[in-house]
Design a binder for this molecule. Structure first.
Ligand code: HEM
Length: 275
């Protein structure tokens, strides 16, 4: 009797959790494809330009790039974009359970490299933006600073729980770190998504990033993806069946938005640079 009465209560919970995890996996697979495209752009554009010594070519892609006589800024910028490849390419491997469990030594060394590069790139980027100033003004500067601080704090927490061998907490902070370290990627995706849904007209966006949409995205790119992750974790760990289904629906929507953002960002930012 107990089995008969308790089963129906448990089954919907399990189904909702499975559906939620599947929706999370869907988003992650799309994100990995998008990060691979970004990594290919970084290598194909910044890596190849550096190997050829063609630094002027980089100027057209970003606001500041190389400035004559600015040794500090130029060195920070070059190291930033080259180290970006290690982060963007290496991060997804850390979060795939099959890779993590089967190739533990790889996971440890790739993780150490990731943490080191994340700290170096964030501190370097903070120095760079305060040294040169930020295009887009206070909103973009605030978003950049929030992003850098999140990367530094999440790196510390990820390492802390790995050393304490509290792996559930370690994984939770590693997910946060993955999202924060993808800030620049989300920024590009945000513009891609906006271009996609407005047919390329992009109202509220200005060339110098001071339009209302630019201000929203300037902070939003650093905050919104982290909020979505927190909602996902809340629904996964403590949500009712209804909350889990609702969050799964939200993740499918986020997956569609991410896919559109990747597709458009590739057309606007990445593919033209490789021609
Ligand atoms: C750890 C993750 C990060 C990665 C992978 C990364 C990657 C990149 C890449 C690839 C670019 C060139 C963009 C392009 O060609 O479209 C770039 C530019 C830039 N990044 Fe980052 N970045 C990261 C963190 C940060 C942080 C935390 C900040 C702010 C404090 C920052 C500030 C900037 C700025 C201001 C530029 C443009 C430079 C210019 O206009 O000259 N980045 N980043």
């Amino acid at each position: 009797m107990t089995t008969l009465t308790s089963r129906p209560a448990i089954l919907p919970q399990l189904d909702a959790l499975r559906v939620l995890k599947l929706s999370g996996a869907l988003w992650f697979v799309i994100a990995v494809i998008g990060q691979a495209a970004f990594a290919a752009y970084i290598l194909g554009f910044y890596g190849v330009s550096t190997a050829q010594g063609d630094f002027e070519r980089m100027d057209g892609r970003v606001f500041h790039g190389f400035i004559d006589g600015d040794l500090l800024g130029n060195s920070l910028f070059l190291s930033h974009v080259l180290l970006a490849f290690i982060i963007t390419f290496g991060a997804p491997f850390q979060l795939v359970p099959q890779i993590r469990n089967r190739f533990r030594t790889f996971h440890r060394w790739n993780g150490r490299l990731f943490l080191l590069v994340a700290v170096v790139i964030s501190v370097g980027a903070l120095v760079l933006v305060f040294h040169r100033g930020v295009v887009g003004g206070a909103f973009v500067a605030t978003g950049n600073t929030i992003n850098a601080i999140c990367i530094l704090v999440f790196s510390a927490m990820t390492l802390r729980f790995a050393l304490k061998r509290r792996f559930a907490d370690h994984y939770r902070w590693a997910m946060r770190l993955f999202i924060a370290a993808s800030g620049v990627w989300f920024f590009r995706l945000g513009f891609g998504f906006w271009a996609g849904i407005t047919g390329g007209t992009m109202p509220g966006s200005a060339v110098d990033l001071t339009g209302p949409f630019d201000r929203f995205l300037g902070i939003g790119h650093a905050v919104i993806p982290l909020l979505v992750l927190e909602l996902y974790l809340l629904a996964r760990d403590r949500g009712s069946s209804t909350a889990r289904y609702a969050m799964a629906g939200g993740m499918v929507g986020a997956s569609a938005a991410t896919a559109l953002g990747i597709f458009m960002a590739a057309q606007i930012f990445w593919l033209p640079a490789l021609h």
